[in-house]
Design a binder for this molecule. Sequence first.
Ligand code: NAG
Ligand code: NAG
Ligand code: NAG
Ligand code: NAG
Ligand code: NAG
Ligand code: NAG
Ligand code: NAG
Length: 793
Amino acid sequence: MALPLPYLIFIFICIFLPFPTTAQAYNNITLGSFLKAGDSSSSWVSPSKDFAFGFKEIEPGSFLLAIWFNQIPEKTITWCANRDHLVLSGSKVELTTDKGLTLTNSDGLEIWRAKLVSNGSSRGERLSYAAILDTGNFMLATQASAILWQSFDEPTDTLLPTQVLNLGGKLIARFTEKNYSGGRFSFTLLRDGNAALYTTHFPLYNSLNEYYLSYKEVGHQVVFNQSGVLYLVARNGSIVTDMFSNELSEKQVIYQRVILEFDGVLRHYVYKKSSSLTGGGWSIKSFAPDNICTAVIQKTGSGVCGYNSYCKLGNDSKPHCICPPGYTVLDPEDEMSGCFQSFLPQSCDKTTPENNRFDFKVLKDVDWPLSDYEHFQNVSIDWCREVCLADCFCAVGIFRESRDCWKKKLPLTNGKDDGSVGRTAFIKVRISSGFNERQYNRIKKVLTALLATSGSANIVLLGIVVIGFYFFEHRKNPKVSGNYSVRSFSYKELNEATNRFNEELGRGAFGVVYKGFISDQLGTQTPIAVKKLDALSQNADKEFKAEVNSIGHTHHKNLVKLVGFCEEEEHRMLVYEYMSNGTLSDFLYQPPKPTWEKRLRIAQGIARGLFYLHEDCSTQVIHCDIKPQNILLDDDHNARISDFGLAKLLRLDQTQTNTAPRGTRGYVAPEWFKNMPITAKVDVYSFGILLLEIICCQRNVQGENNEEEGVILLTDWAFDCYQMETIDELVKDDTEALNDKKRLERMVKICIWCIQDDPCLRPTTRRVVEMLEGLVQVPEPPCPTSYSTSETT
Ligand SMILES: *[C@@H]1O[C@H](CO)[C@@H](O)[C@H](O)[C@H]1NC(C)=O
Ligand SMILES: *[C@@H]1O[C@H](CO)[C@@H](O)[C@H](O)[C@H]1NC(C)=O
Ligand SMILES: *[C@@H]1O[C@H](CO)[C@@H](O)[C@H](O)[C@H]1NC(C)=O
Ligand SMILES: *[C@@H]1O[C@H](CO)[C@@H](O)[C@H](O)[C@H]1NC(C)=O
Ligand SMILES: *[C@@H]1O[C@H](CO)[C@@H](O)[C@H](O)[C@H]1NC(C)=O
Ligand SMILES: *[C@@H]1O[C@H](CO)[C@@H](O)[C@H](O)[C@H]1NC(C)=O
Ligand SMILES: *[C@@H]1O[C@H](CO)[C@@H](O)[C@H](O)[C@H]1NC(C)=O
């Protein structure tokens, strides 16, 4: 919008040739004068009109009692009275004989009052008038013009030309660019004579750590003079040092100020008056310190940026606080507020390693120098990665080219990207079941809303929200939870989840298993396996209930978790967590042949799962159908026992039971056929067969159509090999196993113990676990059939 030329000329005249008569009217503010926030003209203006004193609207309806540059479009506040308590419209500042200058809020409560010095009052002189001067100073004076109070003596974050900071004087930075509350940094001339920049002990404003010192122990005054020089005067009156020494030649036509900004940098700004109509803007003339990111080091406290954040100097020489990958800023309005992990933190609970999948994001040249808790020398970069990955306390690993490696703990402090090359930061992030993009944005929205609405309760609310999301995650994700409740699904839900039972995963004794996906309120898709039980007899219906009950109460890392069930009309379904790596059967018998180590790890996993079922959970569960098709492998190839379809609940007072023969040929213990009590030892037998298969990578029963006779070759062969001391035959071509002769022998001996015909001779699962892990010696086993040959009829 262009102004007509005559109008421009008029404005020009107004600015540079102020009419004395009109200026007079603003000069003296008499007793009884007042201003009201929200009124159209709620300010007093200096004779030159350069400065105004009064109410400035900071947010809609919220006001600061302030002094500001009055003739430029940019809102530039140089002083304020109520930075920590914004007032509402209707609030009042008033000049009275008895109270001096007071600010009362819209309810009439006094918020602030100018503290008058006793100047003159000893001579009976009292407050007579107030004035806002062309320097930007607002003063209260007596009839004889002795100063009783002046804004220059109580600076907030700004110094104006001719203003002086006396001993004990202090500038406190704003909290953020738009929040005028006292913030995290101060510029202080301490009584010991040190003029320095300090971090404040927020929210207390005492000085915490010095980060920029102008001169030590000699300061008496900091002076900002009209030439734009900021200097320190010593006690003897000599000028000690220039802090900012850029003398301005065009001083008449320039506005200037020195401000300690919210980012901790002390800056000298100038503004060409001639550009005030077009909004020429403030430009930086000088600043200190040169690099705030590296200047601030705090033993306690977060550093320039908030916790877990890091500071990088932009090409505008201003610091920028950046969250490392996987982290989110706490308050999007305040980049210095710090960052939180936008994923579930790593758990140190060893019983749930499958939920602790982490990897690194790499940042070059970034470091958090004070967050170390371990330091290794002369190591490789890969070693450094691995050692941090394996340590649940390690949030970040730092590797330096000198072959140094540091582990860093949370919260990270004093983070900086200082451009000094040769350092690599590994930021540990969760790679599965973390917050996804949608959840993350949702959290962001909630937090933004929260932070926009309320004040001091934020921290508490923030905590509640974070904890809330954390628990929500726990609740909705059975992998993460220690929560035993099983969800009930409707048929319709599962029909949709499986896309009308479209993708078949496999067929078991009782029905077909389908793949599906369930999504929570936040839209996260979790894969599931839905086992649809075949047309049910009355018997199977009972079985179903038993299964839901028993599985619903189990929780172990080597068991497939039941997520829910469906029991609607004739439909009976079980919903399990989905296992991405298929069955042990496929893993063992499809190339490539898994390594010896992996196989042994799986065997141990199965044994631990069985041990849990037999002895560790509240009600003993006998699986009755242990075989490779019923062992599934999760993302990390952990063995997970599945298909409790044949599991029989045993009451604790009745540890033995008779049941009709069950199980799968080749894995079934002999007692099934002998009308003997069925105990947990049937699972031990099946496990023995399974272990042998895992060792040899061969099926116990070869071929589908083989006759019962002559089929169970592997067990016989294994015992023969053991007796003949030729167990190498069992693992032909498997060099890994052949080189691990001792363990191989131990494994074979365990097998033979497990497949004893006499259930009493078989070890308990507890013993099996101990033997597998090498905690106890494995004695020489007898022939498996010695018992049956003597006892069978
Ligand atoms: C302001 O008031 C004081 C005291 O009443 C007086 O001495 C002074 O001349 C006044 N100044 C102006 C510019 O009116
Ligand atoms: C108090 O009065 C003395 C002398 O009148 C003066 O030097 C001093 O600056 C005054 N103090 C203030 C704060 O005005
Ligand atoms: C401001 O201080 C500088 C350095 O001490 C000096 O050279 C300059 O003359 C001073 N300007 C004014 C207006 O006092
Ligand atoms: C004033 O004090 C400073 C620092 O203590 C010293 O360097 C300087 O010589 C002194 N000047 C005078 C005139 O005493
Ligand atoms: C400074 O950075 C901004 C973007 O961050 C870029 O647009 C600008 O060109 C850079 N200026 C210089 C001088 O590098
Ligand atoms: C670092 O390790 C290498 C071999 O691993 C060794 O030769 C070298 O002496 C070690 N350097 C130091 C400083 O320990
Ligand atoms: C400014 O920041 C302070 C400190 O965090 C906070 O208490 C206050 O509510 C904020 N003020 C506004 C207007 O947001």
